[in-house]
Design a binder for this molecule. Structure first.
Ligand code: FES
Length: 193
């Protein structure tokens, strides 16, 4: 049988002429974060956060641009981005619904919450609805075992959930998450990135 050689040398990444790390984002990193960290390399996590906050995920091209800007190897940016599960390397829905599946929540029927979302939105764990609005994931302990079962909708903790409460919550979410105001949280202007 003949060997089939796979080409892993030539880049297979689709790139766009428009950079993800725009001049405006570079200015944020340069002016806001570089003074706070001892080296450019140390700004990698904030830079990845900034990209994800801006685009909702981190495209491969953006990883390359960040690496170049911070003068590190692209592999180092990729290693870091793949180490933390909070970074999304593929597009996700506007709303990320993360149901806690750890022990306290599991004992309080968190599986029913996951099933509710599955059934209501027609997706499995790890999938995104075809309209790009919702992604469903399961998460480990969110540190709120006393109010189990819990879930996150984007970054908002939803406590003491029941399948009915979760369904109502999903129905009440606005089309654009930026229109969602959590009454419990106010972000100072300076900390939006
Ligand atoms: S087990 Fe769900 S918050 Fe701790």
């Amino acid at each position: 049988m003949a060997w089939i050689a796979e080409n892993r040398r030539d880049p297979q990444v689709k790139t766009s002429d428009t950079p993800y790390l725009t001049d405006a984002l570079k200015a944020v990193l340069r002016d806001r974060y570089f003074p706070r960290y001892p080296t450019k390399r140390a700004v990698l996590l904030p830079a990845l956060h900034l990209i994800q906050h801006t685009y909702d995920w981190i495209p491969t091209q953006a990883l390359q641009e960040v690496a170049e800007f911070l003068e590190i190897a692209p592999a180092e940016a990729l290693d870091t981005a793949t180490f933390y599960e909070e970074y999304w390397l593929k597009p996700k829905g506007k709303y990320l619904i993360g149901v806690c599946r750890s022990l306290a929540c599991e004992l309080c029927q968190s599986a029913k919450l996951t099933d509710t979302v599955r059934r209501k939105l027609g997706i499995e764990v790890g999938q995104t609805t075809t309209d790009g609005r919702f992604t469903l994931i399961e998460m480990e302990c969110l540190g709120s075992c006393g109010s189990a079962p819990v879930a996150l909708t984007n970054e908002v903790l939803q406590e003491n959930l029941t399948p009915e409460k979760l369904e109502k919550l999903i129905d009440s979410l606005p089309a654009d998450p930026h229109d969602f105001k959590d009454p419990g949280i106010t972000w100072p202007e300076d900390d939006k990135h």
